[in-house]
Design a protein around this ligand. Structure first.
Ligand code: DQA
Length: 150
């Protein structure tokens, strides 16, 4: 069975409580539950992971290779704008990934305009709130399904 890995970066454990005017009311648990339902309906396995620690995210990405993950969907959160280490891990494992953001970083402070991921991502989905995950996972499912039927 194909597998998608959904990674959430720092402070996303506080979704639903944190700056709800920007990030919305849904908890991370609710987002993960909806994601599981969506992905499993397509007969694909979903693994989810959240950490506030850069090194834990690097380890998770490295382990994805051995776990035979087909595609990664990642919201690197604040590490989007800082982490060469997570970028290098994604390049090292050579697993295609989609970058996701709840908000549209380009409408926000200038320091959020640069991403260490966008130029190496398959695609970027941003600005749709929790629906960003739904759209990104839809694209991930289509990519995997189309590859399998070829
Ligand atoms: C975010 C945008 C980042 O700039 C911010 O640091 C986050 C969340 C988003 O999903 O909109 O923590 O990745």
């Amino acid at each position: 069975m194909a597998k998608i890995l959904l990674i959430h970066g720092p402070n996303l454990n506080l979704l639903g409580q944190r700056e709800t005017d920007i990030y919305g009311d849904l908890s991370l648990e609710a987002i993960n539950m909806a994601a599981k339902k969506q992905v499993e309906a397509a007969d694909i396995e979903l693994q989810t992971f959240q950490s506030n620690s850069e090194s834990a995210i690097v380890d998770c990405v490295q382990q994805a290779k051995a776990a035979k993950v087909s595609l990664i969907v990642i919201n690197p959160a604040a590490y989007t704008h800082t982490s060469v280490a997570i970028r290098d891990a994604l390049l090292a494992v050579e697993i295609p990934f989609i970058e996701v953001h709840l908000s549209n970083p380009h409408r926000r402070e200038p320091f959020r305009h640069h991403s260490y991921f966008s130029d190496i991502a398959e695609a970027v989905v941003a600005g749709f709130g929790a629906d960003s995950y739904r759209y990104a996972l839809d694209a991930a499912i289509n990519t995997i399904t189309n590859k399998e039927s070829r």
